[in-house]
Design a protein around this ligand. Sequence first.
Ligand code: ATP
Ligand code: MG
Length: 388
Amino acid sequence: MKIGDYMSALRGAKRVLLELKRHGYEAYIVGGAVRDHLLKLPLTDVDITTNAKPYQVAKLFKTKPTGVKYGTVTVMMSDDTYEVTTYRIDGTYVDTRHPESVTYSDLVEEDVKRRDFRINGLLMDEREEIIDLVEGRQDIRDKIIRTIGDPLDRFNEDALRIMRAFYFQAKLGFDIDQDTLSAIEAQRHLLEKIAMERIMTEIIKLLKSTYAKRAIHAMVTTKVHTVLPGLEKGMIYIDGMQEVPFVDPFFTICFTLHGSIPDAWPFSNKHRHRYQMASQLANQYESFDAEALYTYGVDLCLLANKVNVMLKRARNQRTQIESDFQNLPIQSELDLKLRAHDLMRLTGKKAGAWLKEIQKEMVLAILNGRLENKKEALEQFVLERIKT
Ligand code: ATP
Ligand code: MG
């Protein structure tokens, strides 16, 4: 869905409701879209709940079978898409994440009761009438996040809801209800059974949200930071900062203080490498000379410096680093004014490891200001080297 195209998303969703109703089904907008509509926040996606079965929905609209196993089809309407899910009761939770079985229900009440938080359990019809079976509106008014039903049971069913509570706190700036908080603290160990990918997704969403600081504080208060591998020291430190760092500095600070990146985190190779290198550079360098800038690149050096500033180990050198990098006499071996084939011709040698070595020497000499990146100067440098 096009984010921000708020009215059209809502209008489209109402058309889906009307079409379902015209065919004799019940249908409501549900969950985050109703919550965000009441809070006048931009809608990210619109979920619809209905007693029509997926195949019945598929007969009425252009659809994609996104999660038929869980009763969900994606309806495509003009430019927007809507997740339409059949009323469900979730079965016993085996791995505390995926419902073992999906049982359809004829009652919207049952569908609402399976949802996580009262603020996420509101229904809205095509006239924008709110149907509130779980006192969700009260919680929105009071700015409170609390589970539907007993929090101990609900986190036991699905511990990812612990992370979701913090994400909604970060997004909305709400408080988490005291009973829900106590249950989180008591059940935090259940997070160890949840796939790290899902935990990571929630943490990243949280860090990108407006009220990340409140969520980090609540996580530390409920000791959830102790069950997230390698984040314990970092989160305590960050809880004491004025502002919560963004995603990359957040993880780099945590892993710098922890001393390594636990394997459990399913970062892409690119991100793992980035956090690894930035952490190493932050430990190694107080400032970045030409050789460091050339070798590691400006992004990693900036991140390392940012982390050191946040750890109060260095001054902010951002402008310096950026301009030094811009002014490097050479930024890549490809910029050498003497190419590999020139080198072979000049020396009469065949390609080999020596090429890389001498290129590296030339680059270093240029970076240190001992050599000019001009063809003649480079040729002379090479010939002298060869002699020795
Ligand atoms: P946002 O899209 O702003 O992140 P949302 O409330 O729409 O928030 P989604 O993850 O899109 O969150 O889920 C849609 C709805 O599905 C929720 O509002 C909630 O009612 C229900 N839901 C999602 N995940 C769970 C869960 N783990 N347990 C119970 N209900 C859930
Ligand atoms: Mg959503």
